[in-house]
Design a protein around this ligand. Structure first.
Ligand code: C5P
Length: 466
């Protein structure tokens, strides 16, 4: 089992989709609301449309029984990145369906209709995500769909599949990247990797970099301004803020050298510099100096759309009329970032928001954090120095008497557990739903069982097999 077997399975799905599209069938694309899910639905929608089929897209945070209404009316339903639980949630309500996914489950033996990378021995945390699988299907339908590869590159980066040294894409993601390069949509270079490389003033790019978290600089714009000035780098050019893109190679080197001492303050500083310099992926057909040019920033934009209830906007940004949506996208991005900034500030300063239980940090987001924002918030907090070597659980209450929580591994060596399968096994005991990847998972639990869930997760992380 491996990449070839996975590809022959996505080719089979491509043949089925192509046949149905040519018959002008109605196809429902039912996708997860993160950037990878939005990218997947966009790729498949465009391919179906090009082949003559009709599509409808539904985007949801998870597979909710009530949202399965009317799915039986479609000729085919394609579930994208909705994790495990799909087979039981569907039951017998749909006669024709398939699912593509890259989450790791205890039950990797599932249904014939589910194409899960792990079942083929392909690492769904680093080498393939749902949007790169969606692209394989699109490419199998028509080779001319190669021009959609850039969307999968954005999905893979937003899914943080670029964790290898030098922040490169590997495995199937690399094959997709090669297609995107050949199609003339993406160019790759080596550069500083900081947020807003082309769009933000230099001090802001440093201050909003959370991956890696730079102690003393992340979130501290005054210190960043001081650092840039002391390094002798001009912040403005003829009154215009310069961005990282504007710096000469020499200036970039000077900046990196100025940042290095801050990174060495981190308790697991090894390798952090490598995270700040590596492959950057430019979407060459986009306007320069916009939030659409850097593929990582585009991915954040899709996450912003998905997590703030503007999924349609995210899809339009991928495959629709950009002129009508660009400014709305930038607005969604800014709201998303200011909400995350507010959450982080309150959590790190308000008494009682952080509870320490052995090597687990529990963040109480109740009454503060919107349940849709908890995933990206947990990802950012997992980079924060305070949670180094810990496992982090961020929780919040929902308005439906549930607790939603996202679990992440912090930096450095943490307990040797696989979070997705661990959460999945606890949910079987407490009720609710949950699952995910080895280093990132989430769950939704009835509020009455929340404490029981948390203490079981903490015990399992600390080695209790029950
Ligand atoms: O919501 P959050 O971003 O924290 O989710 C972490 C990961 O766990 C995501 O990739 C999500 O798709 C996955 N997940 C899952 N099954 C669930 C809930 C989350 O596979 N029931």
């Amino acid at each position: 089992m491996g990449t070839d077997e996975l590809r022959s399975r996505t080719d089979e799905a491509a043949s089925m989709l192509l046949e149905l599209a040519k018959e002008r069938s109605n196809i429902l694309l039912y996708s997860h609301n993160d950037a990878d899910g939005i990218a997947s639905a966009s790729i498949l929608a465009k391919s179906i449309e090009r082949s003559g089929g009709n599509f409808t897209i539904r985007v949801a945070p998870g597979i909710l029984h009530q949202r399965l209404d009317n799915v039986g009316d479609y000729d085919l339903v394609v579930f994208c990145g909705l994790g495990i639980g799909i087979v039981s949630a569907i039951g017998s309500s749909i006669h024709k369906w398939t699912a593509i996914d890259h989450h790791k489950s205890n039950k990797q033996d599932h249904h014939d209709n589910v194409i899960n990378s792990w079942s083929f021995g392909v690492d769904g945390s680093h080498d393939v995500c749902t949007s790169s699988m969606a692209f394989l299907i699109a490419r199998g339908m028509e080779s001319s769909n190669r021009d959609l590869a850039w969307i999968a590159v954005v999905g893979a980066l937003a899914d943080r599949q670029d964790e290898s040294k030098g922040r490169i894409l590997t495995g199937i993601n690399k094959l997709v990247l090669d297609d995107a390069i050949e199609a003339g949509s993406v160019s790759v270079s080596k550069d500083l990797i900081m947020y807003g490389r082309e769009t933000q003033p230099i001090h802001k790019a440093i201050g909003t970099t959370f991956s890696p978290y730079i102690p003393g600089l992340t979130g501290n714009f005054d210190a960043c301004t001081g650092l840039v000035t002391t390094a002798g780098i001009n912040q403005k050019d003829n009154g215009r803020w310069r961005t990282l893109m504007d710096l000469s190679e020499k200036e970039k080197e000077t900046l990196l050298n100025a940042v290095k001492p801050y990174l060495s303050r981190a308790s697991t500083s090894e390798g952090l510099v490598d995270e700040l310099f590596g492959e950057v992926y430019s979407l060459v057909k986009e306007y320069q100096y916009s939030s659409f040019t850097d593929a990582r920033e585009f991915g954040t934009l899709l996450n912003a759309c998905g997590r703030t209830g503007r999924q349609g906007l995210g899809i339009a940004l991928c495959i629709g009329d950009r002129s009508a949506t660009a400014s709305e996208g930038v607005e969604a991005l800014s709201q998303y970032q200011s909400a995350l900034g507010k959450y982080i500030q309150v959590i790190l300063t308000e008494h009682g928001r952080i509870l320490e239980r052995q090597n687990v940090g529990i963040i109480v987001g109740d009454g503060l954090v919107d349940e849709n924002m908890i995933g990206p918030l947990a990802t950012i907090l997992s980079e924060v120095e305070r949670f180094t070597k810990k496992i982090l659980i961020v929780r919040t209450s929902t308005d439906e008497s549930h607790m939603k929580c996202s679990v992440r591994k912090g930096k450095g060596p943490t307990a040797d557990v696989e979070l997705g399968p661990l959460v999945e096994s606890v949910v079987e005991q407490t009720g609710g739903s949950g699952g995910g990847h080895p280093a990132a998972a989430s769950a939704r639990i009835p509020i009455s069982r929340a404490e029981e869930f948390l203490s079981k997760v903490v015990s399992k992380i600390n080695g209790d097999p029950n």
